[in-house]
Design a binder for this molecule. Structure first.
Ligand code: FEO
Length: 407
């Protein structure tokens, strides 16, 4: 779809209304692969689309330019959702020079037959004149999302083409942020950050600091909308997420065989509710998706982990959920474990050991029940939930979280 976004600048990417599984990540609202055409004395394309949409991409470009007029194809990142259609474009436009950094070139060489491609390698601070008084400047942003990630800045227009950064998986024909519900955009950006970008938060924080002195009028990511009005909202949210700021919030994640561990989870929630201002999200591991869990984890200060014991192990879905969030890395949370068992032990004890692996702080030893949780055990659950909520308040106050429009 061709959409003018500024004088001489067009969005030419693909809206993927159908995708619901983005290499394992659920995309309930679809996504977009944003590509941009810049037409000045020189013509440049910034980023591409997924391979299956190559023909449509070329047809969109041809609505505005002859393909043999393209001088440069800037590749900010080699992941195939942005590079998959490049071989088709470069076969049709062999005169075009691929502008990218060395890592991106290495990755492209690994994916495609690039023998006939012309490359111009760039690094942070390098510029490329497009004529008509327009200049591209390159800013490497490694690990936001891959080691090769780069942003391209159109200096005179103060437009930042930042690829995966500041994106969200959200299919819409309305290309600007102010044409869409802001709370939906921030929610989807939060989910995207938690599930894709969070492991690289230290790098993101460094990039935010790097961009602090760069005047930005428009943020043009490669997924989702172009930010032209609510830049403070998306940049402020990124400051929270990149710096692992948390809210006074407790997640109770559990799996239960015969509802005894579920009963304990409810008692923990009652204990959390005794502390004013603390929100509690009770998440039965088999009833939620891993993407939902990661999104809830992003701003939570504290976690209670519960499991029955199955064959001297924790419940398999708890292991799967913890494997996922361990990879995404949410350090510094407060936690304890709990669970009911019958004749064998293991589930809550293994969860307790996980607390160290996750780099969390243990608030108390595991709260255990044998078969039906006795009244005194449920009282322990309430006490532990209360203590966890108080710790959540403390961690949230120390973190400096700034409220967003979805809080
Ligand atoms: Fe949208 Fe890292 O690719």
């Amino acid at each position: 779809m061709l959409t003018p976004i500024a004088h001489g600048i067009f969005a030419v990417g693909h809206i993927d209304w159908a995708v619901r599984d983005f290499h394992g990540y659920e995309t309930d609202r679809g996504t977009t692969y944003n590509s941009y055409l810049l037409q000045f004395e020189k013509t440049a394309v910034i980023d591409g689309v997924k391979a299956p949409f190559a023909a449509e991409w070329l047809a969109t470009l041809q609505k505005q330019t002859e393909l043999d007029k393209i001088d440069y194809v800037v590749v900010n990142h080699a992941e195939p959702d942005h590079s998959g259609a490049l071989p088709v474009l470069l076969a049709a436009a062999p005169q075009a020079t691929v502008v990218c950094n060395k890592k991106t070139q290495d990755f492209l060489n690994g994916y495609y037959d690039t023998a006939a491609w012309k490359f111009q390698l760039v690094k942070t601070g390098d510029t490329l004149a497009l004529g008509s008084g327009k200049t591209l400047q390159f800013i490497e942003i490694p690990l936001v999302h891959w080691p090769d990630s780069m942003a391209t800045y159109l200096v005179e227009e103060q437009m930042l083409f930042c690829n995966d950064a500041f994106g969200e998986h959200y299919a819409t024909n309305l290309r600007f942020d102010d044409e869409n519900p802001l709370s939906t955009l921030i929610f989807e950006a939060k989910s995207y950050y938690a599930n894709i970008v969070n492991p690289y938060s230290k790098r993101v924080a460094a990039v935010l600091a790097q961009l602090a002195n760069v005047p930005i009028r428009m943020i043009c990511p490669s997924h989702g909308v172009i930010w032209r009005k609510n830049l403070d909202a998306i940049l402020g949210a990124y400051q929270n997420w990149a710096n692992q700021r948390v809210q006074p919030k407790v997640v109770v994640l559990y799996d239960s065989m015969w509802h005894r561990t579920a009963t304990m989870a409810d008692a923990i929630m009652e204990g959390v509710a005794e502390v004013p201002g603390v929100v509690c999200k009770v998440l039965p591991a088999r009833a939620i998706t891993e993407n939902t869990l990661a999104t809830e984890m992003l701003d939570t200060a504290a976690v209670a982990l519960g499991s029955s014991t199955l064959n001297q192990q924790m419940m398999p879905m708890m292991a799967a959920r913890l494997c996922y969030i361990q990879g995404l890395n949410f350090p510094g949370r407060a936690a304890f474990s709990f669970g009911s068992h019958g004749w064998g032990k293991g589930g809550p004890e293994l969860l307790d050991a996980k607390i160290d692996e996750l780099k969390w702080t243990r608030v108390c030893p595991p709260v255990l029940a044998k078969f039906e949780p006795a009244p005194e055990v449920l009282a322990q659950c309430r006490q532990a939930g209360h203590a966890l909520a108080e710790k959540a308040v403390e961690l949230a106050a120390a973190s400096g979280y700034q409220k967003t429009c979805i809080d």
